[in-house]
Design a protein around this ligand. Structure first.
Ligand code: 9B3
Ligand code: ZN
Ligand code: ZN
Length: 428
């Protein structure tokens, strides 16, 4: 009896320790409608962050839910799950350690130069990097101010021009629409660095940059990104203040004018998929839309980089209708996914957004597609939920190389399909 008592105390001590100091990510599998309803409640009422699905609306029976539970709600949430016999396991027991590891080794790291592209960077460091990159490569890189954020931070896109052929077409790549998807800005930096370093050595990148200019927007949502470094690592939206609600932020990938705010987005400012007051209500989405409208005759390929879940998506997400060049798009992502499997032994799903991930309106890729950019994609990079948004820096290289391979594959296909080979007469 005495040993039992000691055991009991120890167990509770242990529990107390765990719940007080650690943020966790739980994988939860509801099996009944009642459990689904409880989960929907938990994810909206407690201080948690839903990782997957993106909104409680999509929680359904027999589908895994990934829920970030901060230390202070951990006991309450776990108790609730236990009380209702909802199956769950701990996906990440040490989320705060991971967060710490990813934020402390910024520019102060003595090994900083060799591993710069294999670490995550603060917003200030990224602004510094943008400036430096433009300054150090004056003939190849130009920083273009395309607008500013809600909190008045500049939105800089880098224009890469590695070859001075006249009338070149262009590629647009944006990163960091969603603040917590840190691998995304890391990819934009990786891509620019790779392009500048391997233009002369790598056939694929040479062919792309000989035929196309590339616009790269490393952080489309700087206010949100900043906020994930200072205040809440799990923030997704921008930081605009609502007139009608105490909740902050619009989902920039629901704010574009593509079946805006229909099924898959929400008018409720407190949700993660709030579509904003009207299409392009947010300065970040408006800036990108304005730039693309202005350059729609040159931009042939639109790419938007997100995480996580390893998918190569194309329009439409906002309707179940098929895109007019569906087969072309499908062939491109299929080839990209095959190459990733062959070279990196990793699996990416692919297909139109609505059928592959979820029906969702107001996304940038669908909008760009309807504007006339017929090759339009959203990539969801690593991983498939193990680390989720907290992908450790040691995984950056592989995640970026996989995405790079997909970009190369798709861009070269676009060139093949749209541009007459050099020396031959232009198509009628
Ligand atoms: C969503 C939409 Cl609306 C789209 N057009 N393309 C991709 C997605 C998926 C991303 C999102 O915004 O939810 C994944 Se983070
Ligand atoms: Zn995203
Ligand atoms: Zn995502």
């Amino acid at each position: 009896m005495k040993t039992l008592l000691i055991l009991f105390i120890l167990m509770n001590l242990d529990k107390g320790y765990c719940t007080e100091t650690r943020d966790q990510v739980l994988s939860i599998s509801p099996t009944t409608q009642e459990q689904v309803d409880i989960l929907k409640n938990v994810s909206t009422q407690y201080e948690t962050a839903l990782w997957q699905p993106v909104s409680p609306h999509y929680i359904k029976e027999e589908t895994q839910v990934h829920l970030f539970v901060p230390a202070n709600s951990s006991e309450t949430v776990t108790d609730l799950l236990q009380k209702h016999a909802i199956t769950h396991e701990v996906l990440l027991a040490n989320a705060n350690e991971l967060i710490e590891m990813q934020t402390k080794n910024d520019s102060t790291d003595p090994r900083s130069s060799s591993t710069f592209y294999e670490r995550y960077h603060s917003l200030e460091d990224i602004y510094y990097w943008i400036n430096r990159t433009a300054q150090d490569n004056p003939d190849k890189v130009k920083a273009i101010l395309i607008g500013s954020s809600y909190e008045k931070r500049p939105l800089y896109a880098l224009k890469l021009t590695l070859n001075n052929r006249p009338n070149k077409k262009a590629i647009w790549i944006d990163c960091g629409i969603h603040a917590r998807e840190w691998i995304s800005p890391a990819f934009c930096l990786w891509f620019v660095h790779y392009s500048l370093s391997f233009y002369k050595q790598n056939q694929d990148i040479a062919n792309i940059l000989d035929n196309m200019d590339v616009y790269v927007l490393p952080v489309m949502n700087p206010d949100g990104y900043k906020y994930t470094w200072t205040t809440n690592r799990m923030w997704r939206k921008n930081r605009s203040i609502s007139r009608s609600s105490a909740c902050t932020g619009v989902d920039l990938n629901r704010n574009f004018d593509a079946n805006w705010c229909t099924e898959g987005a929400s008018h409720e400012p407190c949700t993660e998929i709030y579509c904003g007051a009207f299409p392009e209500s947010e300065p970040e989405s408006e800036a990108v839309a304005n730039f693309l409208r202005l350059h729609k005759d040159t931009v042939q390929l639109y790419l938007s980089i997100h995480s996580y879940s390893q998918m190569l998506l194309f329009p439409y997400s906002c309707t179940l209708d098929e895109a007019e060049n569906h087969n072309d798009l499908l062939e491109m992502v299929q080839e990209a996914a095959q190459k990733i499997r062959r070279y990196y032994s990793n699996t990416y799903k692919y297909g139109p957004g609505a059928k592959t991930i979820y029906l969702a309106p107001g996304g940038s890729d669908d909008w760009a597609y309807n504007l006339g950019i017929k090759y339009s994609f959203t990539f969801e990079l690593q991983d498939r939920g193990h680390y989720g948004f907290l992908l450790p820096p040691s995984h950056i290289a592989k995640a970026c190389n996989e995405a790079l391979l997909a970009v190369k594959t798709i861009a070269n296909k676009v060139i093949e399909k749209t541009q007459a080979p050099m020396g031959s007469p232009p198509a009628a």
